[in-house]
Design a protein around this ligand. Structure first.
Ligand code: EZ4
Ligand code: CO
Length: 412
């Protein structure tokens, strides 16, 4: 079974997506997600100019060998562009192999360990009434775990709070936040860590008072705190029994989590900007985290994610695979097949794509009773409608960035 065609498709239904489509001599096709939010075209070039020519004529069954070849023969290792490109190839080859076996992909990963993957959604509001309304909307949609983000008094624009809350055509259905904006320049947001630390514990106290003790609650610190500030937040959130505190410190410094861990029993999740197992080496071995947040799309695909999760399993660390709207339905399907099959599944982020995206990507997944299931079609269960995809050309879009009151650029 030889690879005869490697196409890179850029489409922008509700946002930009990059998809690799591989075709074999027998006519089977496989899809891989290569979307890197705000830097999409760099991955397009990497795939088109440097990967696609190497794949033609290769045996589509050799997933591990192809992965190792792309990783090692480049000489320049790791990095989000490289690993998103390799991920797309890996996932597309798994899609093809599962179609060749006439099985849903999760069967090749060991079969289902559960009936579905517990998903969490993003509730947000600039103030408490708006936040409560958003939590209620998520409960109505069936979510059984919810991430909470709110505005902070004195700050104008803040990560995770829906600004244009409901996209056209999705009234009453979608209530999430898409941070990347279609514009020639990144939007500027403002930040004040002390104001944030004063405000957030009261928000969780109010949410617990309103919605009771059972609902699993999550929160994303989005890389903004120093280790001692993160330790303080973790400690102050302990009475509210968090499911996790995510990305409390910037991701580069694994050692920072030692200090945080020493001071709080709030569970910690990190890794959405990681791209290899090396980013987790200290964190997993020293049991400094509770959840692995990598995206299949940004961590080299299903093959390395499975290895990271098997390593994590030895330390009772579970998965919390990244699933915002910038992970395409192809990347979400890959995450859900893996989540269904691994024993140490924790939770799956699921923000829900817009109607236009769901039209471009035809999907077999279901979301019912708070659980995601990838469906039982052979392969990933996602097909790209090429005619629909062609209607939405790439549009320049960037993630925002932060400045403090004195103008200093801060982590976003
Ligand atoms: O900011 O996906 O937990 N989810 C997140 C996301 C990220 C975006 C970046 O592309 O932190 O909202
Ligand atoms: Co996050």
């Amino acid at each position: 079974m030889k690879i005869t065609k490697a196409e890179v498709i850029v489409t922008s239904p509700d946002r930009n997506f990059v998809t690799l489509k591989l075709t074999t001599d027998g006519g089977l096709t496989g899809l891989g997600d290569a979307t890197l939010n705000g830097r999409e075209l760099a991955v397009v070039s990497y795939l088109k100019d440097h990967v696609a020519p190497l794949l033609l004529g290769k045996d589509a069954h050799k997933i591990e060998d192809t992965w190792q070849f792309l990783y090692r023969s480049a000489y320049w290792r790791r990095g989000p562009v490289t690993m998103a490109a390799i991920a797309a190839v890996d996932v597309a080859l798994w899609d093809i192999k599962a179609k060749a076996a006439n099985m849903p992909l999760y069967q090749l990963l060991g079969g289902a360990c559960r009936t579905g993957c517990l998903a969490y959604g993003h509730a947000s509001g600039k103030d408490l009434p708006e936040l409560f309304d958003s939590v209620r909307k998520h409960l109505e949609l069936g979510y059984r775990a919810i991430r909470i983000q709110t505005g902070v008094p004195g700050l104008k624009a803040i990560y995770g709070v829906a600004s244009n809350v409901v996209a056209a055509g999705n009234v009453g259905k979608r209530y999430d936040h898409e941070p990347a904006q279609r514009a020639p320049l990144p939007a500027e947001e403002d930040w004040d860590t002390r104001a944030y630390l004063r405000h957030i514990p009261g928000v969780f106290e109010a949410v617990r008072a309103e919605f009771g003790p059972e609902l699993p609650l999550l929160h994303d610190g989005h890389h903004r705190m120093t280790p001692i500030q993160a330790a303080k937040l973790g400690k102050s959130l302990e009475p509210y029994d968090m499911f996790w505190l995510e990305d409390c410190t910037p991701a580069e410094n694994q050692e920072a989590l030692r200090l945080v861990r020493r001071h709080t029993i709030t569970p910690l999740a990190i890794g959405e900007i990681f791209n290899t197992v090396w980013d987790y080496q200290t964190l997993i071995r020293e049991q400094l985290i509770d959840y692995v947040r990598s995206a299949v799309t940004h961590t080299g695909g299903i093959s390395p994610m499975k290895k990271i999760m098997d390593y994590a399993a030895q330390y009772q660390i579970k998965s919390g695979i990244h699933g915002p709207t910038d992970i395409s339905p192809v990347g979400m399907a890959a995450a859900t097949h893996l989540g269904l099959a691994i024993h140490n599944f924790g939770i799956q982020e699921y923000m829900q794509h817009g109607a236009a995206t769901n039209h471009v990507f035809e999907q077999s997944f279901t979301f019912s009773g708070g659980l995601l299931h990838p469906g039982d079609k052979p392969g990933l269960g996602v097909e790209l409608n090429m005619d629909e995809a062609g209607k939405y050309p790439y549009q320049t879009a960037y993630l925002p960035f932060n400045r403090l009151a004195d103008g200093t650029v801060h982590d976003w």
